[in-house]
Design a protein around this ligand. Structure first.
Ligand code: PHB
Length: 401
């Protein structure tokens, strides 16, 4: 980590601010001073989970973002950058305060974050209130590029709808007519299950039961027993990070993987395979990435990420990498002059990113338009076995951009 990096943990910040520094609303802050001298480092706030069930996901996004910047000599659009980092712990209840501190106190120019849909909702609201540029490198909450869309809010990941709607037809066509769903009870889980059901019921399928545990609980036993009783043709699941590891292992340990095939959003098996081991073999998922994509960009990205971190890249690393790529495109268009907001945003909106995942462009809500692959876990790899949707475009319902 370089000297310019500031790691601010919420508890430490609270201590530094004292009771009087704790305010709930954006209105109590002075908004960022836009006139940053040309050439001064651009301040990038990384608001990500660095701990908890999504901790590894946040770390991989962070590493992906930094890798891209390092490949440009530590600059984006020719402009030096400096980071202010905050661990959001995937806690929606702290999200408004954390975002306000980055914007109001640390006066970051841009915020990049986060993983959790509930935290992202709070960030989007503050970004709108304070006109702060926000790039979301994971959280799929539909509203961010739907009813709450804004010219200065971009996403380099996916919408919850986008990844899961195509899975409905895939499962129906595979002969599964009666399916149970299981997820965490929070925005992302709800929206992913809803999107799956939209595709599945349109194809003619029937959902026999929706099961859920509170986020980030990992006590799955009672619900796995319920699945064994229901005997659906297959199960559709959304879990991610540490929770996905535990769920997939528990499902296999209960002996269900052989009789009731497990499907899901690709997060169920991305960045988790080493820990899941044999329990994940044969799971089919839909996602905008696969381990064996044969494009040159994926090859060079994967090699560079492995060299930098000693770890295999995954979708989270790709999304972080592309967040930096998108900002690079925007800043290049304005020769590093971040205050030229309108042309910068226009360049980002028109961007065509040659991503490790394949080609990415942006829709009217600033959500990526991208292929959704069908993958199967084979010998510890998420292998692409088909394309569930070509250039899938989130409908951006409610976005009046
Ligand atoms: C989300 O909350 O939007 C979310 C979290 C983790 C994932 C995917 C989506 O892997």
């Amino acid at each position: 980590m370089s000297k310019s990096d500031l790691i601010i943990r919420p508890d430490r910040r609270r201590f530094l601010l004292g009771a009087s520094g704790l305010v709930a609303g954006a209105s109590a802050f002075r908004f960022p001073t836009p006139a940053i001298a040309q050439g001064a480092p651009l301040k990038v706030g990384l608001m990500l989970p660095y701990s908890g069930t999504f901790g590894r996901l946040g770390q991989f996004i962070d590493n992906g973002f930094r890798l891209y910047a390092e490949q440009q000599g530590g600059k984006l659009g020719g402009r030096a950058i400096e980071f202010v980092q905050i661990d959001d712990e995937s806690k929606p209840e702290s999200a408004t305060d954390n975002m306000n501190r980055l914007v109001g106190r640390d006066k970051v120019d841009i915020v990049v974050g986060t993983v959790h849909s509930g935290v992202a909702m709070a960030m989007v609201k503050v970004a709108r209130d304070t006109n702060t540029m926000l790039v979301i490198p994971n959280a799929g909450v539909n509203e961010a590029t739907g009813p709450l869309c804004a010219p200065h809010i971009f996403r380099t990941s996916f919408s919850n709808w986008q990844v899961c709607q195509p899975m409905g037809k895939v499962m129906f066509d595979a002969g599964h007519k009666n399916v149970a769903t299981i997820t965490w009870r929070y925005a992302a889980g709800q929206q992913m299950v809803d999107a799956f059901k939209e595709g599945f019921t349109a194809a003619g399928g029937k959902v026999v039961e929706d099961l859920a545990v509170p986020f980030p609980e990992v006590e799955f036993q009672a619900l796995i027993t319920r699945i064994a009783t229901l005997k659906p043709d297959a199960v559709f699941a959304f879990f991610a990070g540490g929770g996905a590891v535990k769920f997939v292992r528990d499902y296999a340990a209960a002996g269900l993987s052989k009789s009731i095939p497990l499907y899901g959003a690709g997060f169920l098996t991305d960045g988790t395979l080493q820990a899941q081991g044999d329990a994940a073999e044969g799971i089919k998922t839909t996602l905008h990435y696969a381990d064996n994509l044969d494009g040159a960009t994926n090859k060079t990205f994967s090699e560079a990420f492995l060299k930098k971190t000693g770890k295999e890249g995954d979708i989270y690393a790709v999304q972080g990498y592309d967040a930096a790529a998108l900002l690079d495109i925007g800043l290049k268009a304005v020769k590093g002059d971040f205050t030229a907001r309108a042309p910068m945003v226009a360049a980002m909106r028109a961007a065509k990113i040659d991503s490790p995942r394949g080609p990415v462009s942006f829709n009217k809500g600033n959500n990526p338009v991208q292929d959704i692959y069908l993958r199967e876990v084979r010998k510890g790899q998420n292998v692409k076995i088909g394309v569930a949707g070509k250039a899938v475009d989130d409908p951006a319902r409610g976005c009046r951009a």
